[in-house]
Design a binder for this molecule. Structure first.
Ligand SMILES: [Ca+2]
Ligand SMILES: [Ca+2]
Length: 244
């Protein structure tokens, strides 16, 4: 895991003064697809849920860390962080992202709650990001991602429903807590019989295999012996009949 770094976001500084809030918990869950093919990318979401729902007026911002719990070799990169935009057009004003792991922060509200009329869903998608899986990732390996609180000024910032001008820092303010739920995405076995990579097994894959055979393309090697020869024709039929 990389060392944490980065500046504290503005909201974190604004929320640095301790505040005794109504008891509430924010759960941060990373949501991702159940499986992915080697060499492909998937979109993961960071979703915040506030409980009890009545205690929150709006989400003001966040500064959290995205961490990769599984083997780093399975993942090439985590990038293209995108933040949710609220219906009124407001959006985050600061972003930090240092690659595979690092602090991701953003805010919707102005400092000190000067626009407390924000409305937001609960749960709310804080951001999404693209995860690129290594082309050589072993089938059955997993990608597990989790959010974490990066430092004393990090966390999720919400407006208190009973005092809408007051920003609450979760988990740093009294009575608040932050929980984390990780995602788990399995790397699927590649569908080698799908020679034309269109996601379907059809007779056109045989034509594609002939083309791969004639050009000695990697897709020719259906029995995975690193050689392209006539045995791969039989292997393609076997792989085709097994299905994907
Ligand atoms: Ca195909
Ligand atoms: Ca072969």
């Amino acid at each position: 895991m990389k060392a944490l770094k980065g500046k504290a976001p503005l909201l974190a500084l604004a929320a640095a003064m301790p505040y005794s809030a109504a008891a509430q918990n924010v759960t941060l869950e990373v949501v991702s697809p159940s499986s992915v093919d080697p060499g492909e990318s998937f979109t993961a979401s960071l979703v915040a849920s506030v409980s009890p729902s009545a205690s929150i007026h709006a989400v003001a911002g966040f500064a959290i860390d995205i961490e990769l719990l599984s083997d780093a070799a399975v993942v090439d990169s985590i990038a293209s962080v995108a933040f949710s935009e609220l219906p009124d057009g407001t959006r985050v004003t600061s972003v930090e992202n240092d690659g595979i792991t690092g602090i991701v922060s953003g805010q919707w509200a102005n400092i000190a709650g000067s626009n407390p009329d924000l409305t937001t869903a609960n749960p709310v998608v804080l951001c999404t990001f693209e995860v690129s899986v290594d082309a050589n990732a072993a089938p059955g390996s997993t990608v597990e991602l989790i959010a974490a609180n990066p430092h004393a000024l990090g966390g999720v910032f919400v407006f208190d429903a009973s005092n809408p001008l007051q920003i609450i820092s979760v988990p740093n303010d009294g009575g608040t807590s932050l929980s984390f739920v990780s995602s788990l995405t399995s790397v699927a076995a590649p569908c080698v019989a799908d020679v034309n990579h269109d996601g379907f097994l059809t007779p056109t894959d045989f034509t594609a295999w002939l083309g791969a055979y004639n050009t000695q393309a990697p897709e020719c090697d259906q029995n995975n012996d690193n050689v392209c020869n006539a045995f791969d024709f039989t292997a393609w039929i076997t792989n085709y009949n097994q299905g994907c």
